[in-house]
Design a binder for this molecule. Structure first.
Ligand code: ADP
Ligand code: GLC
Length: 511
């Protein structure tokens, strides 16, 4: 006799291919690498079967421990054999798939730029191939037995995949295109549209054409089933000038399919009570630790060791986006109050020079550490008194969240995720016990200076300052919350598809 069928069949876990050009600790230029490590891990904790697809950069392949060849793909136009390697991320249970194509990815330098800071000249090919592999893994022609329900693309480097999938015959996975920064779009000469495998008809305003050129990001935004970005305010801002960067019309037209989900903070890496990078752990009630970190920061960066001097901290990519030109302009007057400034960052050569010049003019009061240094970034968050983030635009921003958790109230411009995560210390917000920092609206050095002077006033009032610190330290920025938002979004994307995604039979399973 056949046993009765169970009333509730356990639902198969959702399968997500998370396609990203950077993931920490393997390769990082900014917050996308943090997100690409933490979000998949949080999704896995919620029972989602998520796997990451990354280009096989030298650093990724060099760090492989248990890596194995899991597939070969031989028929991508204009390319020889592409190998798919399977690896793992350190301290993570999220499987990692690497697109192994040494002439594109096995080189010295950064993932997008060479050692001199210039774009790699073959970036259209490098990320075109990357997108092709993502699209293939989400289609009936995948060489893997594992088939994603959704191909989740992140930023322009993977944004061709939704367009390629749109034109594929047969059923494909659904697609989600997440924008972490609309300022980077991957715009190339028009002929790349067809050379990278798209039909000529797609090179159109209603398609991948962007002011006469070919845009990877527009391809993703136009063809993906759903779009998301990393804060609710940024999701609104990109639907109009100036933050739409020429794509506002398309984004406004697709606003029903556009969702803003705030990033979170990796609580294991960013906890002042257990942070291995700090000489002295601390927390509410253990303020000596914070003071010890301040001393360590002053010593490490060559600042005068003065417990009484408030330190303004900065950790940032140095690009016009981050608005640090405003701080450079306001610095001479602020330094008279007096304060110290501790800046850790790298990027644009001109901004690096400006910071070094400011340091040279104010030895012992300004420290500019040019470089990417994880340990120092933690020490600044912990040892500074006030964190400064005057970004012109900020899709989400992570440092202002870290600084709140580290008892270092941030001063931020009211934009994107900064507006969504920092509660301005107005009299009523302080009274209500909700204030966590200082927000300014006008993008001028004067407005920043004014906000910093407000912060310095509050700093001198010990009681108010403690309240601000404690409010910030008790904020819940956990990834768990954001991951639930993505899970709900994945489900709604699948529910909105005209047909449920097919369980495609695999044609060939390679070892
Ligand atoms: P973005 O991605 O625009 O650079 P985010 O605030 O989202 O901005 O993320 C930046 C991430 O990169 C944070 O984790 C930050 O600590 C880190 N970071 C940026 N610059 C440096 C640096 N010079 N040294 C160490 N970490 C840095
Ligand atoms: C981008 C944005 C930043 C965001 C990060 C991760 O680099 O500039 O605001 O936090 O991506 O989503």
């Amino acid at each position: 006799m056949t046993p009765p069928a169970p009333l509730h069949q356990a639902a198969a876990p959702l399968k997500i291919l998370f396609v990203t050009p950077e993931v920490r600790p393997v390769v990082q230029t900014g917050g996308l690498a943090d997100v690409s490590a933490a979000l998949p891990a949080a999704l896995r904790r919620l029972g989602v079967d998520v796997r990451i697809l990354l280009p096989g950069y030298r650093a990724a392949v060099g760090e492989r421990k248990k890596m194995r060849l899991c597939a070969r793909i031989g028929d991508i136009p204009e390319h020889g054999e592409v190998r798919l390697l399977s690896a793992g991320l350190p301290h993570s249970d999220v499987p990692l798939l690497l697109v192994d194509y040494p002439i594109y990815y096995d080189r010295e330098g950064g993932p997008y730029l060479d050692a001199e800071g210039h774009e790699w000249p073959d970036n259209a090919w490098r990320f075109g191939l990357f997108s092709h592999v993502a699209a293939r893994l989400g289609s009936a022609g995948s060489p893997l037995a594992w088939r994603p329900d959704i191909v989740h693309c992140n930023d322009w480097q993977s944004a061709l995949a939704p367009a390629l999938m749109h034109f594929m015959p047969g059923r494909t996975a659904a697609t989600l295109m997440t924008v972490h920064n609309l300022a980077y779009q991957g715009v190339f000469a028009p002929q790349f549209a067809t050379r990278l495998g798209l039909p000529a008809s797609s090179f159109h305003m209603q398609g991948v054409e962007y002011y006469g050129r070919f845009s990877f990001l527009k391809a993703g935004l136009y063809y993906a089933d759903h779009l998301s970005t990393v804060s609710p305010t940024y999701a609104e801002e990109i639907q109009s000038e100036p933050l739409g960067f020429g794509l506002q019309g398309l984004l406004a037209a697709r606003k029903q399919a556009l969702t803003g989900i705030l990033n979170g903070v990796d609580a294991e890496r960013w906890n002042p009570a257990s942070d291995p990078f700090l000489p002295a752990p601390f927390g509410p009630g253990h303020w000596d630790g914070k003071q010890a970190n301040k001393t360590a920061l002053q010593q490490t960066l060559g600042l005068e060791v003065r417990p009484d001097r408030p330190i303004l901290g900065v950790v940032s990519r140095l690009t016009p986006q981050k608005g640090l030109d405003l701080l450079l302009a306001a610095a001479p007057r602020l330094l008279e109050t007096p304060v110290q400034i501790a800046m850790v960052g790298n990027g644009d050569r001109d901004l690096e020079r400006d910071w070094l010049a400011l340091q040279a003019r104010h030895p012992g009061a300004v420290a500019a550490h040019i470089g990417f240094d994880e340990r120092l970034s933690h020490l600044v968050e912990a040892g500074a008194d006030i964190f400064v983030m005057p970004s012109r635009f900020e899709p989400c921003g992570l440092n202002q969240m870290y600084s709140q958790l580290y008892g270092t109230p941030p001063v931020v411009h009211a934009t994107g995720g900064l507006a969504d995560t920092v509660v301005d210390a107005t009299a009523s917000a302080v009274q209500a016990g909700e204030a966590t920092g200082f927000v300014f609206r006008e993008m001028t050095a004067r407005a920043l200076e004014h906000a910093l002077l407000r912060a310095l006033d509050a700093y001198r009032d010990e009681h108010t300052w403690r309240r601000l610190q404690l409010n910030g330290m008790s904020r819940d920025f956990s990834w768990d919350h954001s991951a639930r938002g993505y899970l709900a979004l994945y489900r709604s994307i699948l529910a909105a598809r005209p047909h449920p995604p097919a369980r495609i039979e695999c044609s060939a399973v390679l070892p």
